[in-house]
Write a protein that binds this ligand. Structure first.
Ligand code: GZL
Length: 335
């Protein structure tokens, strides 16, 4: 039974959370579950905005199952930070053993992570990062090096332009950003901006907000194209944005991909993105591996064994073009 720390505030907010979140959990003293001695994990997920996110959720759901000794409590925040904070307060109220947070943006977590710390519930952050003064507010983070992903995309563009003999040509780049303030947006944007600084002949003609979704990207890119503007490259910060950009390019009658006027750069390397890459619709797709379930479990197992896990766990990633893809390879991918 966990010691009750200074939880009065968290409990009041958690009670509100439990009401607002509806059936997001179980009775705190569910004796049937307790008999099974399951490790209870409360997972606050960003949403279901992209193929990547769906694969990330599936990885967590497939890992934290009863036959592995877990009970998973899950909340889809629909990309709203306030819903994630409510879900975490609910998990505190329910006295879960661990909280896993996939934060929608980096800012704004101090208060609720302090409440989890006061309740002596370890928090494991996955995928995007939290920006906090005191990093003891979370136990570990597992995810990708997003700046490195951006650098890989820029390196590919440099090599591609050299192959085409266009390394000194004016290159116009349309930048479609992901959710503003999300680590993946910040890092991938940093990579592009380092490339723009290095290459004076690269011009960012516009920065649009695609929010990592196909629908929003289609809307903003079609608007850009229909206003008569053009670009040589579209830098989309995830596959679903690339799908939206492709939809807009097709509607505007603009050729794209390996044989077209506009090169399409994407991130995530989901199965659907890699299929577009193999077919020459996307020129390069930078990998961002969402399969964090087993990684989080290994952290929890270390904690259960009384060990101190590494604070940061980076996932090794690469990038794909039609040259290093095949139907069989794509079929065999887990996401
Ligand atoms: C990246 C992740 C991003 C993906 C998008 O780790 O945070 O969020 O690139 C997803 O597909 O929406």
């Amino acid at each position: 039974m966990r010691r009750l720390g200074k939880l009065w505030k968290g409990i009041a907010a958690g009670a509100a959370a439990a009401v607002l979140l509806g059936g997001c959990g179980r009775p705190a003293d569910d004796s049937q579950e307790k008999d099974k001695n399951l490790i209870v994990v409360g997972f606050s997920e960003v949403g279901a905005e992209s193929d990547w996110r769906v694969a990330n959720t599936e990885s967590m759901r497939n890992t934290f199952v009863e036959e592995n000794g877990y009970e998973l409590m899950f909340n889809d925040a629909k990309q709203k930070q306030e819903s994630q904070i409510l879900a975490i307060r609910n998990y505190i109220l329910q006295k879960v053993n661990y909280i896993v947070l996939a934060p929608v943006i980096e800012e704004g977590w101090e208060e609720v992570l302090q409440e989890a710390k006061d309740a002596e519930i370890p928090v494991i952050v996955v995928d995007r990062r939290v920006k906090v003064e005191d990093d003891s507010l979370y136990t570990a983070w597992v995810g990708s090096d997003f700046r490195k992903e951006g650098d890989m995309a820029v390196e590919w563009l440099e090599e591609e332009l050299e192959k085409q003999g266009r390394e000194d040509e004016e290159i116009n780049i349309l930048h479609v950003q992901g959710t503003a303030g999300a680590s993946a947006q910040l890092g991938r944007t940093e990579g592009l901006e380092a490339g723009l600084k290095k290459h004076k002949n690269w011009n960012r003609v516009a920065t649009l907000q695609g929010e990592f979704t196909q629908a929003k990207t289609y809307e903003v890119v079609l608007d850009f194209l229909e206003s008569g503007k053009a670009a040589d490259v579209i830098y989309c910060e995830n596959d679903n944005s690339a799908f939206g950009a492709i939809q807009a390019l097709e509607e505007a009658g603009v050729s794209y991909g390996t044989d077209g006027d506009v090169m399409v750069i994407s991130f995530d390397a989901t199965r659907a993105g890699l299929q577009d890459c193999l077919e020459g619709k996307i020129n390069v797709d930078v990998e961002c591996n969402p399969l964090h379930g087993p990684r989080v479990e290994s952290i929890i197992q270390k904690l259960e064994a009384g060990e101190t896990p590494e604070k940061e766990w980076y996932v090794e990633e690469t990038y794909f073009t039609a040259d290093n893809l095949s139907e069989e390879f794509i079929e065999a991918r887990e996401y």
